[in-house]
Design a protein around this ligand. Structure first.
Ligand SMILES: [Zn+2]
Ligand SMILES: [Zn+2]
Length: 177
């Protein structure tokens, strides 16, 4: 990335995912116009007047000042507390229909790649297989219905694609309105 944004280990390309966009907006934390603004979720009990720049996310100042989190800790029970805090307090979240959550692989938080449809998901067969297995476990017993759902990902429902930060395997969960 050439724009000089801070690097987020667990969300390496927040421009591609749409979580960070070019904007003249002033950051609600440092109160400076930094040309980039964060557009996705932030959970806090405090009132926040505006949105955050990527630097106030990366150094933890936005999460600390407003006592908030960018992502729910759901699903992150297996990782260390340091990693948990890096994902929830110092990593941009992402846009999703349901409350976004993070996937874990090799007992490490995975890196969020982006929201994808069937074609992009099928480019990573291991992610497609894992999603199929998870959905069967979730009670999708009708194989035709399950395949129909998967093939139509990208319409009303999408897949959230991640990549393991340890072994590099891709994994995904399905998100629908
Ligand atoms: Zn800022
Ligand atoms: Zn792994």
């Amino acid at each position: 990335m050439s724009v000089g944004l801070p690097f987020f280990r667990y969300h390496p390309d927040p421009l591609a995912s749409g979580s960070i966009r070019a904007s003249a907006e002033v950051c609600a934390c440092c109160e400076r116009g930094r040309e980039w603004i964060y557009t996705a979720t932030f959970y806090t009990a405090h009132e926040v007047n505006g949105r955050f720049c990527p630097w106030c996310i990366a150094d933890g100042s936005a999460a600390e000042r407003f006592e908030g989190e960018f992502t729910d800790s759901y699903g992150l029970e297996a990782v260390s507390e340091d990693v948990l805090h890096e994902v929830t307090r110092r990593t941009p979240g992402f846009h999703a229909w349901q409350d976004p959550h993070w996937l874990v692989h090799c007992q490490e938080a995975a890196a969020f790649v982006g929201e994808v449809g069937y074609t992009e998901l099928a480019a990573h067969p291991e992610a497609l297989d894992q999603l199929r297995t998870d959905m069967r476990l979730d009670g999708w017993n009708d194989e035709d219905r399950l395949e129909h759902f998967l093939i139509h990902l990208g319409g009303g429902a999408t897949a959230m694609l991640f990549r393991c930060t340890v072994c590099g395997v891709h994994l995904a969960y399905a998100d629908a309105s």
